[in-house]
Ligand binder design. Structure first.
Ligand code: ATP
Length: 356
């Protein structure tokens, strides 16, 4: 049966609108090719630009409208020049994760062409040295947990709290182990259990949940060692699960291994809502130049279609993933971040032409 999906589109700041335009172009290309699904796109102004206009980067009325959508597609938010009085940037994308309880941050790291990686000897195929892992980031607590509550502070210090709850840790570990079950059945907990009591608790809960998954091989690695291993032997990992801040850092490191932020998509999932966005920020230094790589956004559109779970959208996701693979298989297809000359729109057009 044919179904119309309502997609809330939040282009945001910096390169956000530029890469979202290409993601939508690809979505429309899929819509014309695959029968059974259509998309109603509803755009909303959110981000630093909206703060400058209305005084609120994520107005409550907008949030309510967003909640009525089947899925949310986001570009990038925040600008270094637009800050709250305490000095931190506007981050409505983080607010959204908390408001919509999007605890499950999925960040696939996959090498599409060996020449994209700064590492030697890695492959983009199913060989033993392929880089193909997923960082599962706990999105709603960890070191970001108390960021909006006033912390203990004095004239000469500020404190941030790393909070791990039984509920939060259990559900993210279960999500990661389930994901591993659908992949190569290997899940690695990344923590700092040797130093921080909150992390020792996280490990205890991971061990508890892992017992429900005897078919998944598990191991445990300290976050500092993981930074080393991801550079030395990224091909040995499948699913990594970790707290908020560690996941933030390791997913950027992962993106570095495969060619940069322009190739790293993400999904922030809860039990009810899903927000899909490139892992990168608003990249203000390249905004407006038409050179941003739209692939991370295009792959995020594929993740959205997969998550929507209709046979037609799942087929659409496969078509997009195949098209991206085909395009990037040719090393001459590069935007500036990969050392090439293609513009944002040229890359988007090429993916569209390669679909089907
Ligand atoms: P945030 O904290 O909001 O995630 P950030 O400060 O970590 O953002 P990004 O905006 O992600 O920074 O940019 C990091 C680097 O990656 C910058 O050099 C930026 O130009 C580059 N970059 C990010 N996205 C893209 C893209 N789509 N195409 C090309 N380069 C990109």
């Amino acid at each position: 049966m044919s179904q119309t999906f309502k997609i809330a589109v939040l282009p945001g700041d910096g390169i956000g609108p530029e890469v979202i335009a290409e993601g939508l172009k690809v979505l429309r290309a899929v819509e014309t090719l695959v029968s059974g699904a259509s998309f109603e796109l509803v755009e909303h102004a959110v981000g630093a630009g909206e703060y400058l206009r209305s005084g609120d980067p994520l107005p409550p009325a907008t949030l309510e409208e967003i909640k009525s959508a089947d899925a949310i597609l986001l570009g990038a938010m925040g600008l270094p020049s637009v800050r709250w009085p305490n000095g931190v940037e506007m981050t409505p994308q983080i607010d959204l994760r908390e408001f919509l309880d999007l605890y499950n941050g999925i960040r696939p790291i996959r090498l599409y062409h060996e020449s994209h990686s700064p590492l030697r000897g890695y492959a983009a195929d199913a060989s033993g040295r392929a880089i193909d892992f997923v960082v599962v980031r706990e999105n709603c607590e960890g070191l970001f947990a108390e960021r909006r509550t006033p912390q203990t502070e004095g004239p000469d210090f500020r404190t941030d709290t790393l909070r791990i709850t039984r509920r939060g840790a259990t559900r993210i570990c279960r999500a990661a182990l389930e994901l591993a079950r659908s992949r190569r059945r290997h899940c690695t907990l990344v923590d700092k259990a040797n130093v921080l009591p909150s992390m020792a608790f996280f490990r205890e809960l991971f061990d508890e949940v892992a017992r429900e998954f005897p078919d998944v091989h598990t191991d445990r690695v300290y976050v500092d060692a993981m930074a080393l291993y991801l550079v030395q032997r990224p091909h040995t990992f499948d699913v990594l699960v970790t707290e908020n801040m560690f996941g933030d850092i390791l997913s950027d490191l992962g993106a570095g291994l495969i060619g940069g932020m322009g190739l790293a998509p993400s999904a922030d999932l809860g039990d009810e809502f899903g927000v899909f966005q490139p892992s990168h920020g608003s990249a203000p230094t390249i905004a407006g130049k038409g050179i941003a790589n739209p692939i991370a956004t295009i792959l995020s559109v594929a993740m959205m279609l997969e998550w929507l779970g209709h046979p037609a959208t799942v087929r659409g996701a496969t078509l997009i993933n195949q098209a991206v693979q085909l395009v990037l298989w040719d090393p001459s297809h590069r935007t500036a971040d990969l050392g090439g000359t293609m513009s944002t729109t040229q890359m988007g057009d090429l993916v569209c032409q390669s679909i089907g």
